[in-house]
Ligand binder design. Structure first.
Ligand code: GLN
Length: 306
């Protein structure tokens, strides 16, 4: 397995077409597009990495998996009153469907859906309390107390919030958000600005590969049914309007972020985190997807087999 990850990292190092680093959040534009990392954490407790797998990066929308998990823990199926479970077929920051669909976002992984999820988690509390809860959860599932928010990235996104603010205000106008819009956005931007390495992310995702049980601690995080459902949502919606393409090429539940990370879950096998900052036109990591495609071709770990 170590050899395979080395091979993947070497293959990615030779690529000249590396995608485009996100610059609509100016702070993300400074990241070196030549960086690459891959980490695998298996359900048997094995760990393999190649590239700069200990380097933290902005996890961005990958955080939406963690907030969804917390929200389902707090309110269970009541969450679905305000967030749907269908792929949107539109870009991650699109507003168009909200108007026709009563302000209810299609799924928890597009921006509107994630903003609704964070509003649901707040439950009348202040942003800093919600963020402390989120950080504790992420540190717990990654078994790493060093994980932090990158406040510079959060501030950069707050300063350029017009698009996400539009989504939030629009939903609020439909009565979908309970809290003050700026407080919800501040919480959402910090959530997206969590910095993690591929090693930490693969560890954090392991409970989803393991029927809801964190490894190696053997502590249950969610029920097997909930793990299955979160994986289904990642498969159908985790890459926005390129979710079908990702399923076609990789065939694993996956969640991408505009920081260039992807967390992929191979149920019963392990969690794989990849990072390459350059994005394709849908905002998903170009080489991260290629690396995962190579990984499943060689391991046969796609949920659809070889
Ligand atoms: N796709 C993403 O990673 C988007 C997250 C980013 N924080 C945003 O709201 O635009």
């Amino acid at each position: 397995m170590q050899e395979l990850l080395n091979e993947i990292a070497e293959a990615m190092a030779t690529k000249t077409e590396r995608g485009k680093v996100a610059d609509y959040i100016p702070e993300l534009a400074h990241v070196d597009p030549n960086r690459f990392a891959i980490s695998l954490a298996t359900v048997n407790g094995e760990r393999y990495s190649a590239g700069c797998a200990a380097a933290p990066f902005s996890i961005q929308s990958i955080s939406k998996v963690f907030t969804l998990t917390i929200a389902l823990g707090k309110m269970g199926d009541a969450l679905w009153a305000n967030v749907g479970r269908e792929p949107s077929g539109d870009p991650f920051n699109s507003i168009v469907q909200l108007e026709h669909e009563g302000g209810k976002p299609r799924n928890p992984f597009i921006n509107a859906g994630a903003i609704a999820v964070v509003d649901a988690i707040m439950m009348g509390h202040e942003p800093k309390e919600t963020l402390a809860e989120l950080l504790n959860f992420v540190r717990y599932i990654a078994d790493d107390e060093s994980i932090c928010f990158d406040h510079t990235v959060a501030a950069s996104e707050m300063a350029h919030r017009d698009r996400n603010a539009s989504l939030a205000h629009f939903m609020k106008a439909f009565g979908r958000l309970r809290h003050d819009v700026d407080k919800v956005l501040g919480t959402y931007f910090h959530q997206c600005a969590i910095a993690m390495s591929c090693e930490q992310l693969a560890h954090a995702g392991l409970f989803l590969a393991s029927d809801g049980v964190n490894q190696p601690s053997n502590i249950r995080v969610v029920s097997p049914q909930r793990a299955r459902r979160i994986n289904s949502l990642m498969m159908m919606c985790g890459h926005y309007d390129a979710s079908g393409e990702f399923a076609f090429r990789v065939g694993l539940p996956g969640k991408s972020g505009v920081g260039g990370g992807i967390l992929a879950i191979a149920p019963g096998q392990g969690a794989i985190a990849v990072w390459s900052p350059g994005l394709d036109e849908y905002g998903n990591s170009l080489l991260g997807t290629e690396a995962l495609e190579m990984f499943v071709q060689r391991t046969g770990w796609s949920v659809f087999g070889h």
